[in-house]
Design a protein around this ligand. Structure first.
Ligand SMILES: Cc1cc2nc3c(=O)[nH]c(=O)nc-3n(C[C@H](O)[C@H](O)[C@H](O)COP(=O)(O)O)c2cc1C
Ligand code: SF4
Ligand code: SF4
Ligand code: SF4
Ligand code: FES
Length: 617
């Protein structure tokens, strides 16, 4: 099972596929071994990767040159290749079996039930794993209202951000008199670091088609749209193939499965603006209008695309539906917490050992995600915070690491579920810098309609930039808080009402870091360039010339066996000298605040021997 999700494809998965097929043929194994392409396996940080079945052996970081040996050893001689197996960060020995790898152990796969198992370009693979059984059950044995009740009873809530109960939305739409009705699957996914929906399309497009078709039957829609950003070419291609196969099998189109229910789906590509993911903006985009949000009510379930009642759901929400219909609302509602049922997919990225896509039951703690699934923080650094919910979310600090995750707990903590981005930050991350990054993003992406969002984000950005440049003033933090609340209150759509979250949550949990930037002109994480200095410790430097040769701005002076000096005005704080100075010497340090101001630098390079002698005397 060879992963051909976007991450692995970028790492050369299609080249690996060619090598595998060539070597398998060369060894005469083509009747015994077949290469099955799958969507994202989840463990993207290890890609390109494959799992050999039925043995269940996981191989990662594959290169074309590994393949002849792998084919000979494993497929011909039956000897799995240890050097290509996964080695957990804290261990020396590999973990051969996929089922024993901690990254996979604590996951619960409902939406991603077929990932890494089926070829997403073959409808038969999907059908072989109960695919379209739920659609058949719904069409043959359930009235549309019963489908809606089942979804309400299941407790399914929207996975696109706000967590609105899906069945209730469907009921409102069904109750509207106006026809035709529409359904839209939101696969815009503009949050930095998030790729859950893209992977769903790439690994199991039929689950979204089946979920949407059941929803369409429930609300009485005859036409559906998948709205996908154009930067997702592989996802779009796989969805096109899937739609066409579903039509060929009579699972889309007229009189589906002889039920007299007609429904078809088309793909609409968006041009990749974050605001296009907002439901009213997305509807405008489908209509060919400028994608600006509009006031609600009326909600899209009442007045949606082309002025008609429209259900708009995130595609992960839709992919839950076939399982709910197959296994029943009772089964689904047993998973999760009191208020949040089922699972959630997160893209676990940032300062984390095991980067990838995970699906976990609601109620799991951040500790389980970060330390058990994620394998902890690289280099044994300290966990500082996790940013959930993308630019609309906030940072959750170490103190809340045992927080069981659900919609309510994340909101109470000052963040939000969002669509599932989870960016882990370690001790080397500056929260002012993080807040600045997200506000810069929302400022760029604001549609400009509301002054609070358009100019307010600009004002927040100005103050944050000043603080990180070392020009923060007394009162700046209070201003950020007060202004952030005003932006929330005065903006029309979710982009504006949530854009202050990264600022407010970092102030809430890391106020002292803001104060350190302002009062002490110190960046505790040593990130903000204007507040840090690189310095060569004379007692340690051995005059090896390495830093001098690599410095891009010739800011370092010295000669062989002389103690080197950084000419501060020329230094652009690129950090190269710190990286290249030999670890056993570690003569280059990075400092900030008082420490940086008090550093005593030599006036000119001096021979190491003379310096040592003078200081030993
Ligand atoms: C600025 C902004 C961007 C959004 N982007 C997305 C997105 O990429 N995908 C998504 O499903 N929902 C997104 N949403 C939420 C949608 O407006 C909508 O609530 C959601 O798609 C409804 O589906 P659900 O009920 O299944 O969650 C966004 C909202 C805002 C305000
Ligand atoms: S809040 Fe921002 S993105 Fe939303 S409508 Fe207003 S200006 Fe546009
Ligand atoms: S930080 Fe970069 S620019 Fe500054 S001295 Fe070191 S290598 Fe040169
Ligand atoms: S790399 Fe380190 S030891 Fe070598 S000259 Fe530079 S500071 Fe000195
Ligand atoms: S893309 Fe291959 S594991 Fe995610």
């Amino acid at each position: 099972m060879l992963c051909t999700g976007t991450g692995c494809v970028a790492g050369g998965a299609f080249g690996i596929r060619e090598c595998l097929e060539r070597e398998i043929a060369k060894q005469g194994l083509q009747n015994e071994v077949s290469v099955v392409i799958t969507g994202c396996n989840g463990f993207c940080g290890q890609g390109p990767l494959l799992v050999v079945e039925p043995d269940g052996i996981f191989y990662g970081f594959l290169r074309p040159e590994d393949i002849p040996f792998l084919v000979q050893e494993h497929f011909l001689k039956g000897r799995p290749v240890r050097r290509l197996m996964f080695v957990p960060p804290e261990k020396k020995e590999p973990t051969p079996l996929v089922q024993d790898i901690p990254f996979f152990k604590k996951q619960l796969l409902i939406v991603l039930r077929n990932k890494g198992i089926i070829d997403p370009e073959k409808i038969d693979d999907y059908i072989a794993r109960d695919g379209y059984a739920a659609l058949e059950k719904a069409l043959r044995t359930m009235e549309p209202q019963r489908v809606i009740e089942e979804v309400i009873e299941s407790g399914l809530r929207g996975r696109g951000g706000a967590g609105f109960p899906s069945g209730i939305k469907w009921r409102v739409c069904r109750g509207e008199k106006k026809t035709p009705k529409y359904i839209i699957g939101n696969c815009d996914e503009g949050d930095p670091g998030a790729y859950m929906d893209r992977s769903l399309f790439e690994s199991d497009p039929h689950s979204a088609i089946e979920g949407m078709t059941i929803a369409a039957y429930a609300i009485g829609a005859s036409h559906g749209y998948f709205y996908v950003r154009t930067e997702y070419p592989l996802a779009i291609r796989r969805m096109q193939i899937a739609i066409s196969q579903a039509r060929d099998y009579g699972l889309l189109g007229e009189d589906i499965l002889g039920s007299s229910f007609d429904f078809d789906i088309e793909i609409r590509e968006g041009s990749g603006a974050f605001v296009c993911g907002e439901e009213t903006s997305l509807i405008h985009s489908i209509e060919g209008e400028s994608p600006e949000p509009r006031q609600r009510p009326p909600f899209p379930a009442q007045v949606g695309v082309w002025g008609c009642p429209t259900v708009l759901n995130n595609v992960e929400t839709l992919a839950n539906v076939p399982v709910i219909i197959n296994r029943g609302a009772g089964w689904f509602s047993n998973i999760g917490t009191e208020t949040s049922k089922g699972t959630k997919i997160f893209s676990l990225v940032g300062k984390i050992n095991n980067t990838g896509l995970i699906e976990v039951p609601m109620g799991i703690t951040l500790r389980e995600i970060i330390y058990e699934i994620g394998g902890g923080i690289p280099g044994d650094k300290k966990f500082k915070a996790v940013q959930t919910g993308g630019p609309s979310g906030g940072c959750i600090p170490y103190d809340l690491i045992d927080l069981p995750i659900d919609y309510e707990s994340l909101t109470e903590a000052g963040s939000m579920m969002g669509s599932g981005g989870m960016i882990v930050l370690d001790e080397d991350t500056c929260v002012v810098d993080v807040a600045k990054y997200f506000v810069q993003f929302t400022n760029d992406e604001s549609c400009g309609k509301c002054i609070t969002c358009r100019d307010g984000s600009e004002a927040l950005l100005e103050v944050l930039t000043r603080i990180s440049d070392g020009e923060g003033q007394e009162g700046d933090v209070d201003f950020l808080e007060e202004f952030g609340i005003a932006i929330k209150d005065g903006s029309m759509c979710g982009l504006g009402t949530t854009l202050p979250n990264p600022v407010l949550s970092t102030i809430k949990y890391f106020r002292e870091e803001y104060e350190a930037h302002i009062k002490e002109k110190r960046c505790p994480a040593l990130v903000c360039k204007n507040l840090v200095k690189y310095y060569i410790v004379p007692e340690k430097c051995v005059g090896c010339l390495k830093c001098l040769k690599e410095c891009p701005t010739q800011a370092i002076i010295g000669a062989s066996k002389q103690i080197h000096i950084i000419e501060q005005p020329k230094c652009t704080k690129c950090g190269t000298c710190l990286d290249v100075c030999p670890v056993k010497v570690s003569a280059v340090i990075k400092v900030s605040g008082e420490e940086a101001r008090n550093l005593k630098t030599l006036e000119k390079p001096v021979p190491v021997k003379d310096f040592r002698r003078a200081h030993e005397a």
